[in-house]
Design a protein around this ligand. Structure first.
Ligand SMILES: [Mg+2]
Length: 319
């Protein structure tokens, strides 16, 4: 079998086979049926060897993560994930690697109801680019721009686990056996908060996913909404695994500036706050209020109880 056929075979049926794909892989382009009354939401995420992952990473985990981080962006927009395209640059074709990568990608795409509908393969240093497309009822997409002064600031799940998982992978820390699996899982197999993101369409005034660390990422909402924020760091949700494995200072540092948790950060107006618990409880994902939106544009204030904290770390920046 030639390289071309091998690549074709690995990805031909990847993900959930959706009835709204009129033409999928194998033609010059895909033909997709966007539902009546919906907007199309499109996002792109790249993962480059050496920058986003280590050369020896399990290719199955890599396939999973590429899908999950793209779908997480759709979740943050309140969209329903539907279609994926893959841009794959490979130094050479390694059948074992490619098969495992494609399986991880396909399983995760299937989990999120997404079909791989096309892509392109080129030769070069290993790099993966995915374009994810989703649908949202017209005009209902969540953005980073709607936060208002007085809104409450929430985050899903727990923060800092993936950053500690990364330190584990790099052999920079030691953690007890009972927490190891959880932390590695959070780093290698992040979960996109898809159902919750869609539920937030009627509740949240703004939303985004936390990919590069809370303290840095929140500035995207502050900038786009023209507001400030005050966070009580003692309320930031942390897993038992993180708390047991680090000093309180290090745990807070990881929760504030460690990336790759892919939790949702969102704001809720006071008037809709009371319906939050009822509307979100079916999803089984904890949500925690960590602060409020303030009127000082661009300013992030960090408090611990009543005292102000000095904090310089602004999350992970690529340039
Ligand atoms: Mg994002």
């Amino acid at each position: 079998m030639g390289e071309f056929e091998l690549i074709q075979r690995c990805f031909a049926q990847a993900g959930r086979q959706r009835p709204d794909v009129t033409v999928g892989i194998g033609d010059d382009g895909a033909v997709l049926q966007v539902r009546e009354g919906c907007d199309l939401v499109v996002t792109t995420d790249s993962m480059i060897e050496g920058t986003h992952f280590f050369p020896d990473v399990d290719p199955r985990a890599l396939g999973h993560k590429l899908v999950a981080v793209n779908v997480s962006d759709l979740a943050a927009m309140g969209a329903e994930p539907c279609w994926l395209s893959l841009g794959l640059t490979l130094p050479h074709v390694d059948e074992t690697w490619l098969t495992a990568f494609a399986e991880g990608l396909s399983e995760t795409a299937d989990y999120y109801n997404c079909q791989l509908i096309g892509g392109d393969t080129t030769k070069g240093p290993l790099s993966l680019t995915m374009i994810a497309k989703g649908q949202v009822p017209k005009g209902k997409a969540l953005t980073r721009a709607g936060a208002k002064v007085g809104d409450y600031l929430y985050v899903t799940g727990t923060l800092g686990d993936a950053a500690l998982g990364l330190k584990l992978v790099q052999n920079q820390v030691e953690v007890s056996k009972k927490h190891r699996a959880h932390l590695l899982q959070r780093f290698h197999y992040p979960t996109a908060r898809v159902a919750l993101g869609q539920a937030l369409r009627t509740i949240a005034s703004s939303a985004m996913d936390v990919s590069d660390g809370l303290a840095g990422d929140i500035h995207h909402i502050l900038r786009r909404s023209g507001v400030g924020a005050s966070i009580d760091v003692s309320r930031i949700p942390m897993s038992q695994a993180l708390k047991d494995s680090c000093s309180p200072e290090q745990a807070l540092q990881l929760a504030l500036s460690g990336g790759e948790d892919y939790e949702l950060l969102f704001t809720v107006p006071e008037i809709r706050r009371s319906s939050l618990d009822v509307l979100l409880s079916p999803y089984g994902v904890p949500v925690t209020c960590i602060g409020r939106i303030t009127g000082v544009a661009g300013k992030l204030e960090l408090k611990q109880g009543e005292s102000l904290l000095q904090y310089q770390h602004k999350g992970f920046e690529h340039f």
